[in-house]
Ligand binder design. Structure first.
Ligand code: ATP
Length: 245
């Protein structure tokens, strides 16, 4: 079983405590929605899982190991964190081919993921000409390239058109049904309500909820309502009298 195991994870940036003793296990075979107000610590958690930042204390393991200990990480963990990660002068296909080569992934897999993410017709265009949504699709294609058993997607719907959002939903549902571990951060409550089986909610670096979607929504009228009830008071930035404070 490829679990994501986060234990007592704490990250401080100077005086800011981005994560405060977070413990959570993300399981395979379901889509886990990763929710929380701006600044709650979602991206920080993902960066720790990918070894892009060092925890102040605690551990973040994927498949029982730190991400950095994998020789060919793309074959185990696919991640979409920063849509602008591809070289602007390369074509989409060349970007993916370079990644494939360094991970002993066959070239035919590049065409498969281009197809899966709706980018086949733009494969020979340079990344600098890509819209945000196309960059997101390319980031997703890169995440899928190694056929990984774990997917970490940070705001994957960002910039996607409605068709792209539906494709993303179908894709992530299928990946989970295939038995993969899928963790998706998002602020889109209606989309999460249709995509996620399970939710992990953070507020100010702490775990607020770790529950099946149905249980989380409970008696509330919607996921959005349940989410607001839970996170009221945890938002770092609140809307007051027309200003963000
Ligand atoms: N490199 C950094 N230096 C200083 N503070 C940081 C750094 N990265 C994150 N933080 C702070 O850590 C906290 C958590 O940020 P993080 O980006 O993980 O939140 P998030 O839940 O992903 O938010 P969002 O929904 O806005 O993307 C915030 O207070 C943020 O300002």
């Amino acid at each position: 079983m490829t679990l994501i195991e986060i234990r007592e994870l704490t990250k401080r940036y100077g005086p800011v405590c981005a994560l405060d003793g977070l413990t959570v296990t993300v399981r395979p075979g379901r889509v886990t929605g990763f929710l929380g107000p701006n600044g709650a610590g979602k991206s920080t958690t993902m960066r720790m899982l990918l070894g892009l930042d060092r925890p102040t204390s605690g551990t973040a393991l994927v498949g029982g190991r730190p991400y950095a200990s994998y020789d060919e990480p793309l074959r185990h963990v696919g991640a979409l964190l920063d849509a602008s990660a591809a070289h602007p002068g390369r074509t989409a296909r060349d970007h993916l081919l370079t990644l494939a080569l360094t991970h002993r992934i066959p070239a035919r897999r590049v065409d498969e993921v281009l197809e899966e993410t709706g980018l086949a017709s733009a494969a020979r265009r340079r990344v600098r000409a890509f819209s945000l949504g196309m960059r997101q699709r390319l980031g997703l294609a890169a995440a899928l390239l190694g056929d990984p058993s774990v997917l970490l997607l940070d705001e994957p719907a960002n910039g996607l058109d409605p068709e792209g959002i539906v494709q993303l939903r179908r894709l992530t549902r299928r990946l989970a049904q295939e038995g993969r571990t899928v963790l998706i951060s998002s602020h889109l409550m209606s989309e999460m309500a249709q995509t996620a089986d399970h939710l992990v909610v953070l507020g100010r670096g702490r775990l607020l909820a770790d529950a099946p979607l149905d249980e989380f929504v409970g008696e509330s009228a919607s996921l959005e309502e349940a989410y607001f009830a839970l996170t009221a008071g945890s938002a770092e930035f609140t809307h007051q009298e027309g200003t963000l404070s």
